[in-house]
Design a protein around this ligand. Structure first.
Ligand SMILES: Cc1cc2nc3c(=O)[nH]c(=O)nc-3n(C[C@H](O)[C@H](O)[C@H](O)COP(=O)(O)O)c2cc1C
Ligand code: SF4
Ligand code: SF4
Length: 348
């Protein structure tokens, strides 16, 4: 077994969880006098990868998005040059708290796909470790409260210590294998999210009338997915739903357009039925065609309606109505608890 002397950590993080794991790892490494460098995938020049020395341990940490790593992480992994390093893959998933227990998130194909890509380039995967950090997916659920976030951080701190001891002593650690069956079962949803779903979620964000056009969200977005259009942030299909912009906006002006999604879904259902029954005269049982028509209509209408919504937001009265139809606007929904005020200023 080879004791580890040098580590390089690459992380991507939307709301700070993956970054926190990277920081804890570097602290535990320092205690063992292991040389450790941390790089943020969003700001790291891909050429850094060409100068990785052969015997250092590489650790990659990223949140799971739709049962897979987000595109920015996968792209980074795809661009690794051929190499022989040992690599530990880690993810942060949607942890929740029930009583004194942490309920786990789902890794899906995040480890399987990235391991395949890296193995094909010659690397040796020596670990796949998930961490159930607080769930940050505010498009679909209310924010966890501060105590729950603190509880989950405390639990994960201990887990990072335990797993770092193992990997720093040169052992392999495949904790993720205990979830293999469920991860394989949900893999079709992972592909669905990656190929289709994430584009719909990209259009779920808008800046309400409370936006003062400060430009922070445009500047901070790790994938430069927000542009200014008519002096208002406009979300493009590049958005990875990392949730950073929504949680750093000083005015709490970034909302999820739940109302828009309900309206577009209802219109698409009606139009799909009309097209199938009255125009194509195909039996409603043909589920594949129904889904295909619904999907095509959904994206076409979402694109158009999103543009219209963007224009209507200029009108204060209509803007207020749009905001009232967004669950994220209400106090009970809240925002993701960013652990330190500094997190609002830094690149995660
Ligand atoms: C768009 C999106 C999709 C997500 N999908 C999953 C998922 O498939 N499985 C899971 O366990 N957690 C999922 N989550 C939760 C995050 O992975 C989790 O909260 C993670 O700790 C966030 O890390 P970060 O703060 O470094 O971005 C999702 C979150 C978002 C925003
Ligand atoms: S950070 Fe908030 S207030 Fe600033 S431009 Fe973005 S949405 Fe508007
Ligand atoms: S637009 Fe917001 S949610 Fe989307 S990738 Fe950028 S910071 Fe993340």
């Amino acid at each position: 077994m080879n004791e580890i002397k040098k580590i390089v950590i690459f992380y991507f993080s939307g709301t700070g969880n993956a970054r926190q794991i990277a920081v804890w790892l570097s602290e535990f490494a320092a205690k063992k006098s292991i040389d450790c460098q941390i790089f943020n995938i969003a700001t790291t020049d891909q050429n850094t990868l060409n100068s990785l020395s052969k015997n250092l341990l590489v650790i990659i940490i990223s949140p799971v998005h739709g049962f897979n790593f987000p595109k920015i992480t996968l792209n980074f992994i795809r661009h690794f040059p051929k190499g022989k390093n040992r690599i530990v893959l880690m993810n942060t998933r949607a942890g929740m708290k029930i009583a004194r227990f942490v309920t786990p998130g789902l890794s899906g194909i995040s480890f399987m796909l990235s391991s395949l890509i890296l193995r094909a380039k010659g690397y040796k995967i020596v670990g796949q470790i998930p961490f159930d950090m607080p769930s940050n997916w505010l498009s679909i659920h209310p924010a966890l409260n501060e105590n729950t976030v603190k509880f989950l951080y405390k639990k994960n701190y201990k887990r990072v210590e335990k797993h770092s001891n193992k990997i720093f002593s040169g052992k392999s650690d495949f904790l993720a294998r205990r979830d293999l069956v469920q991860d394989i079962l949900i893999s079709p949803i992972a592909f669905g999210y990656y190929l289709v779903g994430r584009f719909a979620f990209a259009k779920s964000f808008y800046a309400s009338v409370d936006c003062d056009n400060c430009g922070l969200c445009v500047k901070q977005c790790p994938v430069k997915a927000i542009k200014m259009a008519n002096e208002r942030p406009y979300w493009t299909f590049q958005c990875e739903s990392c949730m950073q912009c929504m949680n750093i906006c000083p005015k709490k002006a970034i909302e999820t357009a739940h109302g828009l999604f309900v309206a577009v879904s209802l219109i698409c259902s009606m139009l799909t039925t009309i097209i199938l029954h009255n125009i194509l005269k195909i039996s409603i049982q043909s589920l594949f065609i129904k889904l295909l028509i619904f999907g095509l209509l959904f994206f076409a209408l979402l694109w158009v309606f999103y543009k219209i919504q963007h224009l209507l937001l200029r009108n204060k009265f209509i803007g207020k109505i749009i905001t009232l139809a967004s669950l994220t606007h209400y106090k009970f929904w809240g925002r993701y608890y960013l652990r330190s005020k500094n997190q609002r200023q830094i690149k995660f």
